[in-house]
Design a binder for this molecule. Sequence first.
Ligand SMILES: [Zn+2]
Length: 73
Amino acid sequence: MSIFTHDGHISRDALSLQILDDLPASWVIPVEKHLSFCYRCQADRMEISELIADLRRLAKQPPPRDRRASTVN
Ligand SMILES: [Zn+2]
């Protein structure tokens, strides 16, 4: 796993870690520095952040109830 892609942008791995607040200490500054001026990575970060929010929402949803407790009586 590397912090930058071959074309000089932040890798999606590093962006995901940044969103999750889980970046290795030595990556924090370079990632934030790059994000402060690079609109492309800001957009990528937004996209990944929305994806992660979606996944969290899905994980929180209760399983569908297909069987009701109608046989109690
Ligand atoms: Zn970039």
